[in-house]
Design a protein around this ligand. Structure first.
Ligand code: SF4
Ligand code: SF4
Length: 427
């Protein structure tokens, strides 16, 4: 047991409106910098030369593939979510064009009004920052209207989250998105009643990876699991944004000690069934982080109810940041690490895996189609040509017609076909 010196004590609002201030001690040896270490010149360069694109556009091949591995119950659950969420996604997509209902009071800063309203509606973490266009997905660049981002985190149900991975837990993930999408419509109306525009960036039709803006707004730091670790509920936070032209004051990034703490903890890295999380940090697009390997995660997520083990086993999710950081200061250890309570999980059809135990998947398990559906189709066609499987004459003509039809079907799919589980952090 090694007690640590405290560098600073953070004071955050309590979880509920009248809760006392939440004080988080940050040990001296966990201090790095507020937010996340980054090189702005590199972030600028990558955003200009290699802009991000949404999973909806850049990963259509595996987005189509996941439907082939869902069980009938899972397929129905996803379809039900799509049916229920579609009107909310549509409402969000046109929200930026709705005009305010009154003229704003000149010079009046409305930050506190908007934050209070958001908290009263049930958003557990609310912060304000500049909408960072460097992260905007290419296909959303013309859609984003306003300069300021109100970052809104909604807490996912605690009990159900501890049952990850399961359809029971996946259902609360979907339900949380629907609840917060409905509440965002009310909050946007409220912003318009103050005299300003409000554009809702849906959690199911992301305009960008939202985590960098939440970090800039001081609402947490990026964990090794690729998720925002927020003070009260860690990565059990579902995220969305409202952009606005309202007169607002920006929050500042905070050093919660998480950037360093994750290198001590490593529980999610050790417990990931897909071995998709990296132990060491790398510099990626100008930011220092533990990079998730999409190709290792996606096959697990698709087959095991959205997986989410990396969320479930995170001590900050399970216990909250204050107890975790207090325990670290008192003992130098990670609260819950090595226990069945924190680290254990069931994988359907494979059984229970306690600390130190991981399921095994063979090589074929990770073979999934990559990139865009049309590119996969073209590669298949090219392969057949190279293998002389497409002869001249009627059979060859039919193969060409099939290829044409395949491409037409892909092009007919809507861009914002966005109802699949959102991956852990994508940037
Ligand atoms: S969701 Fe992906 S990264 Fe997280 S534990 Fe599962 S496989 Fe690993
Ligand atoms: S489990 Fe540990 S290493 Fe992973 S995100 Fe949570 S605190 Fe960081």
């Amino acid at each position: 047991m090694i007690a640590k010196k405290v560098s600073h004590v953070l004071k955050r609002p309590g979880l509920r409106k009248d809760d006392p201030t939440y004080e988080i001690p940050v040990a001296e040896d966990l201090v790095t910098e507020p937010g996340i270490p980054q090189n702005p010149t590199d972030v600028d360069f990558y955003s200009r030369q290699y802009p991000l694109e949404s999973q909806n556009i850049a990963y259509t091949a595996d987005r189509a593939w996941v439907w082939t591995v869902y069980s009938p119950e899972e397929e129905e659950s996803h379809l039900e979510h799509e049916r229920l969420q579609a009107p909310l996604v549509n409402a969000a997509s046109v929200s930026g064009d709705i005009q305010p209902t009154v003229k704003p009071t000149p010079g009046k800063n409305v930050t506190e009004e908007i934050k209070t309203m958001a908290r009263e509606l049930g958003f557990g973490e609310v912060g304000v920052t500049r909408y960072d266009k460097r992260y905007t997905f290419q296909y959303k660049k013309k859609w984003v209207h306003y300069e300021h981002a109100v970052c809104l985190a909604f807490e996912q149900d605690y009990e159900r989250t501890q049952a990850i991975p399961s359809s029971f837990a996946e259902y609360t993930h979907f339900g949380t998105y629907r609840t917060m999408s409905q509440l965002a419509l009310i909050l946007a109306d409220y912003i318009r009643s103050l005299g300003y525009h409000a554009q809702i960036h849906s959690p199911n039709d992301n305009s960008a990876p939202y985590i960098p803006m939440f970090v800039a707004a001081g609402l947490g730091q990026l964990g090794a699991n690729g998720q925002l670790l927020s003070p009260h509920f860690g990565s059990r936070a579902r995220l969305m944004i409202i952009t606005t032209d309202a007169l607002l004051t920006y929050d500042k990034p905070v050093d919660y000690g998480i950037h360093k703490f994750c290198q001590v903890c490593q529980v999610c890295v050790n417990r990931c069934p897909g071995r998709a999380l990296m132990r060491d940090k790398v510099w990626w697009r100008g930011v220092e982080k533990n990079k998730l390997v999409y190709e290792r995660c996606r096959p697990v997520m698709a087959r095991y109810s959205g997986c989410g083990v990396c969320m479930k086993v995170c001590p900050v999710q399970k216990y909250g940041m204050k107890p975790v950081m207090e325990h670290y200061v008192e003992t130098g250890a990670v609260l819950g690490k090595g226990t069945h309570e924190l680290e254990g999980y069931n994988i359907e059809g494979k059984g229970y895996f306690g600390p130190g135990e991981l399921p095994h998947f063979n090589h074929d398990f990770f073979e999934i189609p990559h990139g865009r559906s049309e590119d996969v189709l073209f590669e298949e066609f090219k392969q057949k040509l190279q293998n002389a499987e497409i002869p001249d004459g009627p059979a060859g003509d039919q193969a060409l017609r099939d290829f044409k039809k395949g491409v037409e079907d892909i092009l007919a799919r809507p861009d914002s076909d966005s109802m699949f589980a959102v991956m852990p952090e994508e940037a």
